[in-house]
Design a protein. Structure first.
Length: 77
């Protein structure tokens, strides 16, 4: 019996692709990838994905904050 595969489901929202990009970026920084997660022990896989998810959430919040800031700057007074 193989380890569960982590997959990206399309259509989860407008930021889904960017979120997965950040998750992959984090995993890469830790020497892993979505493809290699299945070879890791369950607890390590869970820890990495939890950390990657938090990283992606922070990065998405940063992107949203920058977009709002730019909008506020360029909005007519």
């Amino acid at each position: 019996m193989g380890a569960p595969q982590v997959t990206h489901e399309s259509g989860e929202g407008p930021q889904s692709k960017l979120e997965w990009k950040y998750i992959q970026e984090y995993l890469h920084s830790k020497g892993a990838s979505l493809e290699t997660l299945g070879t890791l022990p369950k607890d390590e896989r869970g820890r990495l994905m939890s950390e990657a998810s938090k990283y992606a959430s922070l990065k998405l919040a940063e992107v949203e904050s920058r977009a709002k800031f730019r909008h506020d700057i360029h909005a007519p007074s």
